[in-house]
Structure formats: structure tokens, C-alpha cells
Design a protein. Structure first.
Length: 260
């Protein structure tokens, strides 16, 4: 019986050189292997999916390799990273918007210091008024003496029956004495009522209380009915101030009295 020669599975070209056999629908069948980048199992180099986990061996197309750098380069991973970065950016923007909506801390309001006010004293008619020019405050250096009494010595012009309390039935007399001549033709008298709280109310201004005098005199005196002054000034405790105008306004003397 004639022996049939064995057939080599390697294909023979026309020039006699062998070529590798191929399986229909597959790549070249070689002995090379490729590790799965998902589970690490070894697979033939022509395998399309891992025989162990089923993950495609070439996620990026034919000839692709698993990512070898520190960051993934496949489409799904890049989309996932982009979504994460977008979420972080939105959170930052939202935080900035929220901080802008919060109310600012209340500013400390500086309380203004109280300012001194000028007290306007009423005139004898009861209407509030101010003197045409400021009245000097009495000082211990006043050169004159103001005295009150119920009568007046016509020769010396000094008061007699000294007292500082008067009723409407009394004569209200007072005299001003200086160690020198008055050297003016009139003295101005200002009268102030002492209120219960200590405030001073002008009841007679200097301009209304100008009394003619002898400019060579050293003592001047005046008398008026107690009823007249009580009707004009009222009752209570009072201060009288006498001035002269010589090279400016000068306070000469001051005294206190009571009208009942």
C-alpha cells in the first residue's frame, strides 16, 4: 500500500518559502502573549478581550497599550476627571457667591461728644434774650464795694439802715464806693435772679440800668420803692453788678440781696 506523505500546516509560497498559518477572523497566531491591564492575566497577543475578566485588551483601538504614565489617557478616564474638576470649580464659584451675600459686620458708630450750649437768659419782659456783649465774670480783683440798705445819706450818698432783704413796703437803696473817682458820666447796673437750680436769669440788662453820676465822685447811691423792683423783677434771691465803661467795660462791684 502506497504511503501518503504528511502535509505541513505551513503554507508554501510559489518561491518555496513558508508563511505562518492564520485563523480566519484572527490576527497572526504567534507564541507572543499580552498581559491584561485590568487583571494582569496573560493572554495571546491576538486576543481582543481578556480571557479571564472580559475587559477589552485594546480599549484605544488596534495596537493600543494600557496607560503607562501617571495619568490615564483613555476617553472614559478623561471624562471622569473633567467632571470632577468641573464639580470643584462650581463649588468654588458657589462659595464666592455665598460669601458676597453675607451681611458685613456692623460698623462701630462713634457717639458724638456732647457740645456745650449757651443758655439764653430771659429779659425783664419774660422774653429770652442775650446781652449785646458778654458780661465779664466777677473776680476778687473788683475795686468797688456795693452796699444795700433802707435809706441813703444825702450828703455822702452812702446807704443807711443796712440790710440785704426788702419787701414792697421798703425803700430799696444801694451805694457803690470806689477808692478813686468814677471818671465816667454813668454806671450800668445788671440784675440777675438766682433760680432754684442755680442758674442765673437776667431781669435787668446793663443798657436798661444806666444811672447818671458825677464823674468826679467816689461814692454814688440810688433808692427806689421796693414795690417797683418787686413788680419789675419778682421775688427771690438776686445779684446786682455795677460796671463802668472806660477803655472798655469794667466790672466794679457785685452784691446779693433778697426781695420778699
Amino acid at each position: 500500500m502506497e504511503r501518503v506523505p504528511s502535509i505541513n500546516h505551513a503554507a508554501i509560497t510559489r518561491d518555496g518559502s513558508p508563511v505562518e498559518a492564520r485563523v480566519l477572523g484572527c490576527g497572526t497566531m504567534t507564541s507572543d502573549s499580552l498581559d491584561c491591564f485590568n487583571c494582569g492575566r496573560s493572554n495571546p497577543s491576538w486576543a481582543q478581550v481578556c480571557r479571564s475578566c472580559g475587559v477589552p485588551m485594546r480599549p484605544g483601538g488596534a495596537g493600543a497599550r494600557p496607560p503607562s504614565g501617571p495619568l490615564p489617557t483613555d476617553r472614559d478616564s478623561l471624562l471622569s476627571m473633567g467632571a470632577g474638576l468641573a464639580t470643584i470649580a462650581l463649588a468654588v464659584v458657589f462659595g464666592l457667591l455665598l460669601s458676597g451675600m453675607l451681611p458685613e459686620a456692623a460698623s462701630v458708630i462713634e457717639t458724638p461728644s456732647p457740645q456745650p450750649t449757651t443758655t439764653i437768659l430771659p429779659s425783664p419782659s419774660g422774653a429770652a434774650t442775650e446781652s449785646a456783649e458778654p458780661t465779664p465774670e466777677p473776680t476778687p480783683g473788683m475795686i468797688g464795694t456795693l452796699t444795700f440798705g433802707l435809706g441813703l445819706n444825702q450828703s455822702t450818698r452812702e446807704v443807711i439802715d443796712l440790710t440785704d432783704t426788702f419787701t414792697q413796703n421798703d425803700q430799696f437803696c444801694h451805694s457803690v464806693s470806689l477808692p478813686e473817682r468814677f471818671a465816667v458820666n454813668a454806671v450800668q447796673e445788671e440784675v440777675l435772679r438766682i433760680e432754684e437750680n442755680g442758674d442765673l436769669t437776667i431781669v435787668q440788662e446793663r443798657a436798661d440800668g444806666a444811672n447818671p453820676i458825677d464823674k468826679n465822685a467816689r461814692v454814688v447811691g440810688f433808692c427806689v420803692s421796693g414795690a417797683v423792683v418787686i413788680n419789675e423783677w419778682g421775688t427771690g434771691d438776686f445779684i446786682m453788678r455795677d460796671y463802668r465803661r472806660r477803655n472798655g467795660l469794667e466790672l466794679l462791684a457785685e452784691g446779693r440781696f433778697t426781695l420778699e
